[in-house]
Design a protein around this ligand. Sequence first.
Ligand code: 6PG
Length: 248
Amino acid sequence: MIKDRIHIYKDTPALCEGVTHFLQSHIFTRKKSINLCLSGGNTPKALFDHWSNARKNDIPWSRITLFWGDERCVPPDSESSNYGMTQKHLLDKVPVPVENIFRIRGENNPEEEATRYSRLLAEKLPSKNQYPAFDLVLLGMGEDGHTASLFPGQSTQRNNAPNCIVTVHPESGMKRISITENIINNAGTVIFLVTGRNKAPIVEEVIRNREAYAGIYPAARITPRNGIVHWFLDKPAAYLIDKTLAKK
Ligand code: 6PG
């Protein structure tokens, strides 16, 4: 049984500060070295800008190792690159040691890179339940219920490399490399960071009835072994969920 810990904020700046405060109190102050898995897309840009500007001196960058939950199969300087986006909004502005940054190489052959990154996770991360374990996985969610680059109707597990998988974006046809739901569920803390009224229906469906939608939405299959999913939402993304849930 998954417990949803729902954190609702009036707007994006408040949401970014809420996430940062949570990470400081639940992870940064409790762990000497921290393995963070970042999400891509647009939503994290505001968070990364907040970290780079307002909170640059409050985050223990030297103790953080960065990984990505997914990447588009494009070069890092492509407009579509999640690493490129993170570099622009965060890495160019904060002192994460370069040796602590492990990007997915979108320019590589997808299958080969999925295998390489699978092995890298096994090498760099501590093992828990016989799989690599992140301290934190930060996730976004699409209106179709995808998360990371795990899309509805596509296999989200791969036997010979259980840590990463190659998927295809259903609209653009662009190949993606993604960590698997197994790796996400093995993390110490899992956070969905979701904003915008357009996401409210999928947020409500997944939180309200995860079991019913598990066969459809990869986001509904995010069931961490520690039993908790954290939702950091702005009010527009949260407007369909019962306000009493926010107190759960
Ligand atoms: C990606 C992301 C993806 C993203 C969702 C939400 O590579 O695009 O990892 O899972 O988090 O699609 O995207 P937005 O934040 O742009 O709405």
